[in-house]
Design a protein around this ligand. Structure first.
Ligand SMILES: *[C@@H]1O[C@H](CO)[C@@H](O)[C@H](O)[C@H]1NC(C)=O
Ligand SMILES: *[C@@H]1O[C@H](CO)[C@@H](O)[C@H](O)[C@H]1NC(C)=O
Length: 179
């Protein structure tokens, strides 16, 4: 009887605990461009290497991340992420924010890649590691946004930031579903 109980609680408890901690993600986690209105990266800066990679975001990003060695196999190499960002953005505050966000997305996206392939509606014309790392780093602007840009007075932005702080994975799933 006891062993039965222990067996069941081992299986059920982790799911119950995480469900209790994280209620359903608020829709506001999608409002990145409203809460942290930054210019988009100028990936055109990589046209000399990747102009022929096709228009699909998965292909364009796979090419850029490979050309810069930001992606090695399926994993990010953070040493090469910053120089990659420096070519796509000019503002150092934006580069810092993205570099930090790529760092915090590195292991989450790597470990959840298969699940993300089921959730994402983005074309899988090419391997989507570079794409998913990029979307994760973008969505994390909710948490790490240059202070002069962050829409601190907006209640929905505050709500999204607070949610993402404790529920990073459910927040990323919600963002990916809608993107
Ligand atoms: C990745 O980059 C290397 C050179 O750094 C190149 O030889 C290779 O073809 C590239 N692979 C893809 C899939 O673009
Ligand atoms: C990242 O790249 C640097 C420089 O090319 C290399 O020395 C380092 O071993 C790489 N790190 C990983 C985790 O692959």
């Amino acid at each position: 009887m006891w062993s039965h109980w222990i067996f069941l609680s081992l299986i059920l408890l982790p799911a119950a605990v995480s469900a209790a901690k994280c209620k359903a993600a608020p829709k506001s986690v999608q409002n990145v461009q409203m809460c942290c209105p930054l210019p988009l990266p100028n990936w055109g800066a990589y046209n000399s290497e990747c102009g022929q990679s096709g228009i699909q975001p998965s292909c364009r990003l796979a090419c850029i991340f490979n050309a810069t060695r930001a992606l090695q196999g399926r994993q990010l190499n953070l040493t090469h992420v910053r120089p990659m960002l420096e070519r796509a953005f000019t503002n150092p505050d934006i580069i810092d924010a993205y570099a930090s966000n790529f760092a915090s997305c590195a292991s989450l996206v790597h470990s959840k890649y298969q699940e993300l392939t089921q959730i994402s509606k983005q074309s899988d014309a090419c391997d989507r590691h570079a794409l998913f790392y990029s979307l994760c780093a973008y969505s994390r602007l909710m948490r790490r946004c240059p202070a002069n840009v962050w829409q601190r007075a907006n209640k929905q932005c505050q709500e999204a930031r607070a949610y993402m702080k404790t529920c990073a994975w459910p927040a990323l799933k919600m963002f990916m579903k809608s993107t």
